[in-house]
Design a protein around this ligand. Structure first.
Ligand SMILES: Nc1ncnc2c1ncn2[C@@H]1O[C@H](COP(=O)(O)OP(=O)(O)O)[C@@H](O)[C@H]1O
Ligand SMILES: [Mg+2]
Length: 146
């Protein structure tokens, strides 16, 4: 992963509730059109993190893993959350064809496995890496670009 970050924040979560609190705190630092790449192995809690951000935004739509619909949009035009997942995509062209670029200006965008096709991500993308630790807790690192 390309880390051009000038600042990073490190969190440690021992529970769903702590992850929710970390997401709510992060949301305070985001813009309406921030772009986040969520990284970490299967089961790390990436989709859960998106649910936590949605809840903190006051978006009540059910957030699901974007497996079939590869790009989902939740909320309202004033308070929009776009959610995608590159995990099942085979090529950069396939990812490009989702039309993500058109969504970037329309709300907060979170892409699970965004680093898989990092060329599609703008320079201002925030990278969040979730690492499950041996004791079932999670390390959550947030890398803000310069
Ligand atoms: N501290 C935690 N933070 C986030 N998820 C957790 C935590 N502890 C347990 N979990 C569970 O781990 C699972 C992660 O699944 P999911 O979010 O779908 O992962 P991913 O999208 O990374 O594959 C969820 O069932 C969630 O409830
Ligand atoms: Mg997921």
């Amino acid at each position: 992963m390309k880390k051009t970050s000038s600042s990073a924040q490190l969190f440690h979560s021992s529970s769903i509730e702590e992850t929710n609190a970390i997401a709510a705190r992060l949301l305070q630092q985001l813009e309406k059109t921030s772009i986040i790449s969520l990284e970490g192995p299967l089961g790390a809690g990436k989709t859960h993190f998106v649910k936590a951000i949605a809840a903190a935004m006051g978006v009540h739509d059910e957030v699901t893993s974007p497996t079939f619909t590869l790009l989902q949009s939740y909320g309202s035009p004033e308070n929009r959350l776009n959610h995608s997942d590159f995990y099942r995509l085979q090529s950069e062209a396939e990812a490009f064809d989702l039309g993500l670029q058109d969504y970037f200006s329309e709300g907060l965008t979170i892409i699970e496995w965004g680093n898989k096709f990092s060329k599609l991500l703008p320079q201002q993308t925030i990278h969040i890496v979730i690492t499950p630790l041996k004791d079932e807790t999670r390390k959550i690192e947030v890398f803000f670009p310069e």
